[in-house]
Ligand binder design. Structure first.
Ligand code: PLP
Length: 515
């Protein structure tokens, strides 16, 4: 793999060949438009996609780095931020920025907190942020990048953060508290009222991560769903992250970070006044910014509108309710928590849920696998309308062949785990690392191939006592996964029919090209 080199074609290919090739290529991708994908993709249908495509292409070339060159983009961005802020209970003071995604929005909120603390909490050497164990890894990423210490609070039995224990973790170095609305793993909203009140009392910031809930919960609440308060209407909330490329159905990459006021947002901005290229200022992480993503976001918010989102959320929540009700009838399945949002985490105390997952994957379903507790994650979207029955049947069929885990098996596993833990404390790290390396090689990770069966891989990962080894393994696997593989080189396919490629590209989303 590493010895193979890919070069530019000596002469360019014609557009027809290239588009045709890409069209064939995507036949292997997750078939989200068939409703078998419980993650990654959000679509509000062909009509909305068409508006996105046109808006995005209209501003394909423009760059939002400089707001004075393209006042159109500046106005669209500020309108997107304002509309989002208003939806989240903000007022005329609420302000923010568009970013490339939830991760960048969270990076910016964390950076803002650090700079704010530098001014208002001068005694703090290493700033600390207290957050739920279920908070998105983007907070950890931000902490890693910006030199902030993360302090994780455990979850309660209902999978919301255990507020009493969270409270005990706050000290004089704490600069911000975090809650999710909802948290991704189980779809439950943290006790934002308590968290924000504590932040207010301590005179620190409070960020609510509504990346996945920002365009669902406000409408669900209006539809009568019982959702605890979580937005700017809660005193103490100072910033929020909301992804537009999830349930607002914008084109990726698009998200918003919103602040209670402009004073806070200033801490997010970056300026370098000494560059030989001139005075440089930039609002977010990236330099050049996609005009297309801003234009598409503005277009979609205006195209769907409040009533349109109400209608979509009603349909999505109906599917979630249908799914939850059906899952409840399967004795082997446990639903983790009572989801407030549009996602569900399911596990089992009777069968190995990852084995069930592997069987489901073989039937073409795509979803995330989670840990602590081990579970399968289902994010509901519009493509799942009318698909619940098929999924439930496939789930039952996936469970049937799985071995039942007996009480004695579980006890054995517990003892095994205990032994490994003990071995880890008495054996030198080198020995444990070596054992891990041998185990991972046996799993195929060392040879650049991720194990086919996730049950086996996750089973091993979950049980490895040395988390440092797991980290190493994952980074190694990612490196292999993202390396150029000459055996999979894309071969150009010249179109054979006289069918216009233009037409075929426009019939996006396609079904599997091969079928
Ligand atoms: C998706 C998500 C994020 C991260 O968003 P990206 O767009 O993937 O960077 C953060 N928090 C929550 C709760 C999310 O669901």
């Amino acid at each position: 793999m590493t010895d193979a080199i890919k070069t530019l074609p000596k002469q360019g290919f014609d557009a027809q060949t290239i588009l045709n090739t890409m069209q064939e290529l995507r036949g292997e991708d997750a078939s989200w438009s068939e409703g078998k994908c419980w993650a990654l993709v959000y679509s509000a249908g062909e009509e909305v996609t068409d508006v996105l495509r046109q808006a995005f292409t209209m501003f394909l070339t423009e760059n939002a780095l400089n707001p004075t060159a393209f006042p159109s983009l500046k106005q669209m961005e500020t309108e997107v931020v304002a509309m989002t802020g208003h939806l989240l209970g903000g007022d005329a003071e609420t302000t923010g920025s568009m970013t490339t995604g939830g991760t960048e929005s969270i990076l910016m909120a964390m950076k803002t907190a650090k700079m704010w603390a530098k001014k208002h909490k001068r005694w703090v050497r290493t700033p600390e942020v207290v957050l739920p164990a279920s908070a998105h890894p983007a907070f950890e990423k931000a902490a890693y990048y910006f030199g902030i210490k993360t302090v994780y609070a455990p979850l309660s039995d209902d999978y919301r953060v255990d507020f009493k224990r969270m409270k005990k973790l706050v000290n004089r170095n704490t600069i911000m508290l975090v809650g999710s609305a909802p948290a991704y793993p189980q779809g439950v909203v943290d006790p934002i009222g308590d968290i924000a009140a504590l932040a207010k009392k301590k005179g620190i910031l409070c960020h609510v991560d509504a990346c996945i809930g920002g365009f669902v919960l406000p409408f669900a609440k209006q539809l009568g769903y019982d959702i605890p308060s979580w937005d700017f209407s809660v005193p103490g909330v100072t910033s929020m992250s909301v992804d537009l490329h999830k349930y607002a159905y914008a084109a990726k990459p698009a998200s918003v970070v919103v602040y209670k006021n402009a004073e806070l947002r200033k801490h997010q901005f970056f300026a370098f006044t000494e560059w030989t290229g001139g005075i440089y200022a930039s609002p977010t992480m990236t330099g050049s910014r996609s005009g297309g993503a801003i234009a598409a976001a503005w277009a979609v918010l205006n195209f769907i509108g409040h009533e349109g989102y109400m209608d979509i959320v009603r349909r999505v929540m109906n599917v979630r309710d249908e799914l939850v009700d059906a899952l409840k009838t399967i004795p082997e399945i446990d639903i983790h928590g009572i989801p407030d949002g549009s996602m569900v985490g399911i596990g089992s105390s009777v069968v190995d849920i990852f084995e069930v997952g592997d069987n489901l994957s073989e039937k073409g379903w795509h979803f995330d696998r989670q840990q602590e507790p081990v579970s399968i994650h289902l994010t509901v979207n519009l493509a799942h309308e009318g698909k619940v029955e098929e999924f439930i049947q496939d789930l039952k069929d996936a469970i049937a062949p799985c071995a039942r885990i007996s009480k004695s098996d579980r006890l054995k596993e517990k003892i095994m785990y205990g032994v490994m833990d003990a071995a880890c404390t008495i054996l030198p790290t080198a020995v444990v690392s070596k054992a891990t390396a041998v185990a991972s090689k046996a799993m195929g990770i060392g040879d650049g191939e991720l194990p086919k069966k996730s049950a086996a891989m996750y089973g091993m990962m979950a049980k490895l006592p040395n988390r440092g080894d797991v980290h190493h393994l994952v980074i190694d696997a990612l490196d292999k996964l993202l390396s150029y593989d000459s055996t999979k080189e894309i071969k150009m396919i010249t179109p054979t029919t006289d069918e216009s490629i233009e037409d075929r590209v426009i019939t996006f989303p396609t079904k599997k090209a091969k079928s």
